[in-house]
Design a protein around this ligand. Structure first.
Ligand code: OSB
Ligand code: MG
Length: 370
């Protein structure tokens, strides 16, 4: 298959509630949507970059630039026999995993539509439903956090993650344990700590957390390995794993006991599958992270989680937690017992409401073969 055309749009969608982490506060979702076109079909790839480089170095601006100048020209030259060929063909471009992922994922999605199968099937998955977990941002105060978490437990979510940062950590977790007992609970620091905080982080050990996500620097595995030696609680890496080699290095060093896979962070689905397979072979659990995606990226996450190694609930929760009106119809919903049904139609499996995409579009461009 030859990809005939690639389009990119920048979209803005208001968030129902602001989302706050140790690196900042988001009130609206601004992201790029890549589409790949061939044989009269359109494939979708939602990019996980943001306006700013506060989570990882890429931004909407760098992704647009690298797509236009380098990645799209490389892709349009290929005669593809399988979407697995895309990521290796882009390897001359170093880094820029979010840009590569958006393009690569659009080709996988297109391919699954062409074959008339759900995206998850093409990826090698077989689950018909996936377990939903939820990520709760930093709140104004402890009472607000407790109220939010209570609502999410009542909604059926099977695992709770709360954001922490220095000074808003041990006390919050203690309050959550006192109020909600032994619910499946974890924390995510988004790189807010250093090795100087070992004593503080060790205080978290008594709470039986499932894991502590990305306590140390976004580009570190060595310090995480030193920290893991001091902690009983498993460390989960997010930011620090941006390729299958990063994952292998982290596991070889003992830097973590769990990996959060976001296809958009690691260069796409091929790299996600490699990390999944590596972790499965070594008995390391993985789960699927989230980046406040619209229904398009959210459904891609649902499909990825149909693979067997995704043995823990991830961060994929209901569209309504984020958006008044999602870009897909129906939106992503979670059952009262915390499950998401995997769509059975071709591709992501829910209709894209193009009129809503148009309304949310701030700028667009397209590039054609030849
Ligand atoms: O670290 O997992 C993260 C959101 C934006 C950037 C980074 C992260 C997150 C989340 C939210 O935790 C996950 C979601 O609800 O999509
Ligand atoms: Mg994280």
């Amino acid at each position: 298959m030859r990809i005939e055309r690639v389009e990119v749009r920048e979209l803005a969608l208001p968030l129902v509630h602001p989302f706050e982490t140790s690196f900042g506060r988001t009130t609206g979702k601004e992201f790029l949507l890549v589409t790949a076109h061939a044989d009269g079909l359109t494939g979708l790839g939602e990019c996980v970059a943001d306006r700013d480089p506060f989570y990882l170095p890429e931004t909407n601006g760098t992704v647009w630039h690298v797509l236009e100048e380098f990645l799209v020209p490389l892709l349009l030259r290929l005669d593809l026999h399988h979407p697995r060929e895309v990521l290796p063909a882009l390897a001359r471009v170093r880094g820029h995993e979010m840009a590569k992922a958006a393009l690569e994922m659009a080709v996988w999605e297109l391919w699954s539509r062409r074959d008339g199968v759900p995206l998850g099937r093409l990826l090698g998955g077989s689950k018909t439903q996936v377990e939903a977990g939820v990520s709760v941002g930093l709140q104004e105060d402890e009472a607000t956090l407790l109220r939010k978490v209570e609502g999410e437990i009542a909604a059926g979510y099977r695992r709770l993650k709360v954001k922490i940062k220095p000074g808003r950590d041990v006390g919050l977790v203690r309050a959550l344990r006192e109020r909600f007992g032994g619910v499946p609970l974890m924390v995510d620091a988004n790189s807010a700590y250093t090795l100087d905080d070992i004593a503080r982080l060790r205080e978290l050990d008594v709470f039986g957390l499932m894991m502590i996500e990305q306590p140390l620097a976004w580009d570190d595995v060595v310090d995480h390995a030193a920290l893991q030696r001091e902690l009983r609680t498993p460390i989960c890496l997010d930011e620090s794993v941006r390729s299958a080699d990063d994952a292998r290095h982290a596991l070889d060093l003992g830097a973590c006991g769990v990996i959060n896979i976001k296809a958009g962070r690691v260069g796409g689905f091929l790299s996600s599958l490699a990390i999944h397979d590596l972790c499965r072979a070594r008995g390391v659990p993985v789960w699927c992270g989230g980046m406040l995606e619209s229904g398009i990226g959210r459904l891609a996450n649902v499909h990825l989680q149909t693979l067997p190694g995704f043995s823990l609930p991830g961060d994929t929760s209901a569209s309504a937690r984020y958006f008044e009106e999602d870009l897909v119809d129906p939106p992503v919903t979670v059952s009262a017992d915390g499950l998401i049904a995997v769509p059975t139609g071709p591709g992501i499996g829910h209709e894209v409401v193009w009129s809503r995409v148009e309304r949310a579009t701030r700028r667009r461009a397209g590039w054609t073969l030849g």
